[in-house]
Design a protein. Structure first.
Length: 154
């Protein structure tokens, strides 16, 4: 059975406006699971950590307003902090436009990454924001870190 956890990350309440990042500062909350294979975990702020076993996956979802020109990037996250072995796979971020904008322009959608635990170890996924037109990482701003701890199954 493949278990997927969903993280409506701290950053679901982040909005990028004119290069300023605002983070909601609230405690982490666990939401009642809907079934054994669909668990929702809501992280209200970063840094945070998630514990998984190999084969489990999480979805990291951030509110994204493409009209600002800023983009989210999930850096790292695949290699172990201890020995540089691949601990997890981080997919490319997939943007989803809002379903109903109510006729308004500039309404944010979401960007989602799937992070799949591969083997026992610890890795960090760093969320950064990149301003419009940036061709290098000199202007990236670190927003937060999600630590992924992959444990042995019992």
């Amino acid at each position: 059975m493949k278990i997927t956890h969903r993280i409506a990350a701290a950053l679901s309440s982040m909005v990028l406006i004119s290069g300023v990042t605002a983070v909601s500062a609230g405690p982490a909350q666990a939401v009642e699971p809907r079934s054994d294979s669909d668990v929702t975990l809501v992280v209200q702020e970063l840094p945070a950590q998630v514990r998984l076993i190999p084969g489990e996956a999480i979805e990291l979802t951030l509110q994204t307003n493409r009209t600002t020109g800023y983009t989210w990037i999930a850096q790292g996250g695949g290699r172990s902090i201890e020995n540089n072995r691949r601990v997890a796979r981080v997919s490319r971020g997939v943007y989803t436009a809002p379903q109903n904008t109510g006729g308004m322009v500039g309404v944010p959608g979401t960007t989602t990454w799937t992070i799949t635990a591969k083997r026992v170890g610890v890795t960090d996924v760093t969320i950064v924001t990149r301003p419009p037109g940036a061709q290098n990482t000199m202007t990236d701003e670190e927003v937060g870190v999600l630590r992924l701890i992959v444990m042995k199954p019992e």
